[in-house]
Design a binder for this molecule. Structure first.
Ligand code: COA
Length: 260
């Protein structure tokens, strides 16, 4: 499949999805959202892919938001469709069932910040800048920002950033828990791949079950979440990986997981 605005490659069980419109700071136009939906469907169905790394082309931007040139003509009907389409694609990413690491290599504004929020792990370069500047355009975040940012960094902080449109530096993003780690730009992709490789070296059924449990935590109350956790925990005890992991520990050797 040929993509107009994405680069997609799979190597050693890691899929790379690169938003590729650097001349527009990788802004998400309709075509790009559509292609993201297609590529993540392909990734979901490809058993060979275990982890995904999402980043932006060039050194300046991860994604500088929805494409403002396409926003201008929206009305209440098309605006709802626009928002729901982006939300669906980002929920597809969050519910992929495989870990998605955002390697945020520059501006992550508006839809770019929302794309990062839909990923499971966020790594950033020192020049990354986050923000939900939609109020500057007279609109609000529409790809999940009001919900995911509030859940991740707390409603008070999310309200501040969404209502002022202020940008958040990588350093501040690290301090408030918006990103997991910050690296030199040249180190960002190697570190993201290193993390992906580490995850791949673990028992893959355990990785999938753990991800499912963690992702469900934002939608469930504690008791419901604990029930999900014990069900998934029980499932992992029926795997060969579990037998191998515990046996290897007792035999003081590295486990050889087979994802079974
Ligand atoms: N939509 C469409 N085009 C965008 C864009 C967006 N969200 N963000 C950047 N671009 C385009 C610019 O229009 C410019 O195109 P041009 O060269 O054809 O004029 C190109 O990308 C480079 O951007 P520029 O503004 O010249 O870079 P800068 O370094 O001066 O500023 C930003 C960088 C990110 C601060 C600035 O581009 C910006 O504020 N972008 C919009 C961010 C935003 O509001 N996002 C939320 C949208 S809902």
């Amino acid at each position: 499949m040929e993509y107009q605005n994405l680069i997609f490659k799979v190597e050693n069980k890691i899929a790379a999805v690169i938003i590729n419109r650097p001349e527009k700071l990788n802004a998400l136009n309709n075509k790009t959202i559509e292609e993201l939906g297609i590529v993540f469907k392909i990734i979901k169905d490809d058993d060979d892919v275990k982890v995904v790394v999402v980043t932006g082309a060039g050194e300046k931007a991860f994604v500088a938001g929805a494409d403002i040139s396409e926003l201008n003509s929206l009305n209440a009907i098309t605006g709802k469709r626009f928002s729901e389409k982006g939300q669906d694609v980002f929920s597809q990413i969050e519910n992929l069932g495989k870990p998605v690491i955002a390697a945020i290599n520059g501006f992550a504004l508006g839809g770019g910040c929302e794309l990062a929020l839909a990923c499971h792990i966020r790594l950033a370069s020192g020049n990354a800048m986050f923000g939900q500047p939609e109020v500057n355009l007279g609109i609000i975040p529409g790809y999940g920002g009001t919900q995911r940012l509030a859940r991740l960094i707390n409603p008070g902080r999310a309200a501040e950033y969404i209502l002022t449109g202020d940008m958040i530096s990588a350093e501040e993003a690290l301090r408030i828990g918006l990103v997991n780690k910050v690296f030199e730009q040249s180190e960002l992709i190697p570190k993201a791949y290193k993390m992906a490789e580490k995850i791949i070296s673990k028992g893959q059924i355990a990785v999938q079950m753990a991800l499912k449990a963690v992702v469900s935590s934002s939608e469930l109350n504690l008791n419901e979440g604990l029930k999900i956790e014990s069900g998934l925990f029980a499932l992992t005890t029926s795997t060969k990986d579990f037998k191998e992991g515990t046996k290897a520990f007792l035999e003081k050797r590295k486990p050889e997981f087979k994802g079974e």
